[in-house]
Design a protein around this ligand. Structure first.
Ligand code: PEP
Length: 254
């Protein structure tokens, strides 16, 4: 039986009414017979985690934050702590999304500090990694992925490391409409699984693909042996598309 995580990153989109409506649409549309191997997580803007979590309470839909602080609490104006996320119903957090790395200059060290802290809490970290177009074109993809993984895995112990979900998101595929091909994605996922194997038994590590996933390309990506799910941006803002990708995972898991 295959297991999948289907995750929707709403980024800085929606207002309260739309966030609640979207949560409701996903809740109503999700199959009553969702396979036990399929997990569904949505990552709304942090101010909407609480209302969204309330809407989906008691269902198979889980909620997460798009980012968090590596500090537990204190004088860090504008930051969001892991306790805050947990207290409003969040169970996951993205860390190191390429928009955080590129726009907000989050270094590998900052990302590692965040993962390390999250692993001391009950939240599950979704560690996002991936190369830029320039890095891919200059043959640096594997080096970049190694550096991003080393930064994190050298800082944490083996047992907690097993709780990390990885999202491979080539930066050139995010929001561009140009997804990695199934061959490119499988190659990268296989590389990541093998490389993480230097630190832990990575056989069961969940490695999600992200970057222009749609209802049309989801099945060929999810069929790849080292792809354990999808992190979906734009296409997760429409319940119909997101539900269609969940249905694909449901079919493949069964
Ligand atoms: C993302 O933001 O993580 C993402 C993969 O976006 P998109 O699906 O829009 O490419």
């Amino acid at each position: 039986m295959r297991q999948y995580v289907i995750a929707g990153n709403w980024k800085m989109n929606t207002v309260l009414s739309r966030a609640e409506e979207l949560a409701q649409e996903i809740k109503q549309g999700i199959s009553q017979s969702l396979h036990s191997g399929v997990s569904v997580v949505v990552f709304p803007p942090s101010v909407f985690i609480h209302p969204v979590a309330q809407h989906v309470q008691g269902t198979r839909i889980k909620v997460g934050a798009q980012n968090c602080s590596n500090e537990p609490y204190g004088a860090f104006t504008g930051e969001i702590s892991t306790d805050m996320i947990t207290s409003v119903g969040g169970e996951y957090t993205l860390i190191g999304h390429s928009e955080r790395r590129v726009i907000y200059k989050e270094s590998n060290e900052v990302v590692a500090a965040k993962v390390k802290h999250v692993l001391t809490t009950s939240l599950t970290p979704v560690l996002c990694i991936g190369e830029t177009l320039q890095e891919r074109q200059s043959g640096q993809t594997w080096t970049v992925l190694q550096q991003q993984l080393d930064a994190v895995y050298t800082q944490i112990d083996k047992t907690s490391a097993e709780n990390i979900i990885i999202a491979y998101e080539p930066v050139w595929a995010i929001g561009t409409g140009v997804a990695a091909t199934k061959v490119e994605a499988q190659e990268a996922h296989n590389f990541i699984r093998k490389y993480v194997g230097n630190y832990i038994d990575s056989t069961n590590t969940m490695i999600l693909y992200g970057g222009s996933v749609t209802a049309d390309n989801a099945d060929q990506l999810l069929l790849q042996p080292d792809i354990n799910g999808a992190l979906i941006g734009g296409a997760s803002l429409k319940a119909e598309t997101f539900l269609s990708i969940i249905a694909t995972a449901n079919k493949l898991a069964g």
